[in-house]
Design a protein. Sequence first.
Length: 249
Amino acid sequence: MKLRGASEAPVIRLICFPYAGGSPDLFRAWADGLSPHVELLAVRLPGRGPRLADGLYTEWEPLIADTYAALAPYLSEPHAFYGHSFGARLAYELAHVAAAEHGDLTRRLFVSGSRSPNHPQRRPYMHELSQSGFLDALRDMGGTPAEVLNDKVLMRLFLPTTRAEIRLAELWGDRHGKGVDVAVTALYGQDDPIDGHESMRDWKHFTERDCELLDVAGGHFFLETHRRPLLDVINARLGDVSGESGLHG
């Protein structure tokens, strides 16, 4: 879903992927904070909004293939990928394909709140918990509003998508044996108990180009709670160098 068209040249398209169970609508709040030359495109995966009844993915290969096919019309012009948590894993996988097929048109990969492919997943797996245990874990993560967690009707719709994508995220690892041919900006929350500095520091080994590791104030969901410094660094890396990022390597 296109959330905003760029208003001045040169145009670069920023393609965004939410965290497990997250709505692409969360990126609407980004529209006014991005530079005018950046076109914002958010991907709606199955289990959300108009795609609520669509089948969920249980394996990475069909998810990557289908998502790439849907994005193909948008990749023939300069673009970058941004993903958070589960979305960062998907963005990395798609950047492998896009960079191989479109070369330097894939300008940058932003991964936030996601362990590197070689970092072991924390155990026990969240996706294997009982329903009550899974709900408690979601509550502890802090990204799901209490009114949603306490609404049984909403949770019946929300839980299958979230559990399926958390399963994919937890089982994900290095599928390629080499880094992506795209510059990488990796970002983590200073207070993130899930994927902080330790689990993200090895992203430099998963790109054949430059990699930077930056911290942002906030916890795992800093893309929502500390949006401004995140958008500052995205703007800077996509061509707008005005302002201070407020981030540290």
